[in-house]
Design a protein. Structure first.
Length: 133
């Protein structure tokens, strides 16, 4: 399989997830506040659950299969490496991961902003697909 085909497959795989999660964060931010608050209440177990359920798999897919270092695909590659770093820090220093979960107590506005960022990542995936990068 050609690398461009693999890159496009990663972009197509992640695009709907970014859009669905982004819209969910924007339309139902209080649901996310409660979910992340509940995870925070579980302590380090909540950090593990958040990391494995929401972050690790997209990070691994991007890092392993999307080494695009130019064009709009670069943004997705950098996002994947940043997410992989966040996962690593959260699992090796769960107290830092707990601080991240505690940010949910600030209210729904942060989730709306996060939703906009997720939609932007979906847009980046779409742009990369169209541009072929």
């Amino acid at each position: 399989m050609h690398p461009e085909t693999v890159h496009a497959a990663v972009q197509m795989l992640l695009l709907p997830g970014f859009v669905i999660m982004g819209l969910s964060h924007i339309i139902r931010p209080t649901m996310w506040v409660k979910f992340f608050g509940d995870l925070h209440g579980q302590g380090s177990s909540g950090v593990v659950l958040r990391t494995f359920a929401l972050e690790l798999w997209p990070a691994l897919v991007i890092v392993a299969l999307h080494p695009v270092w130019s064009g709009p695909g670069l943004v997705l590659t950098l996002y994947g490496w940043a997410l992989a770093l966040k996962c690593t820090v959260s699992l090796l220093a769960p107290e830092i991961g707990l601080r991240s979960l505690a940010m949910a107590s600030r209210g729904p506005r942060g989730f709306v902003i996060g939703g906009v960022m997720l939609l932007a990542m979906g847009g980046i995936c779409f742009w990369a697909l169209i541009a072929g990068s």
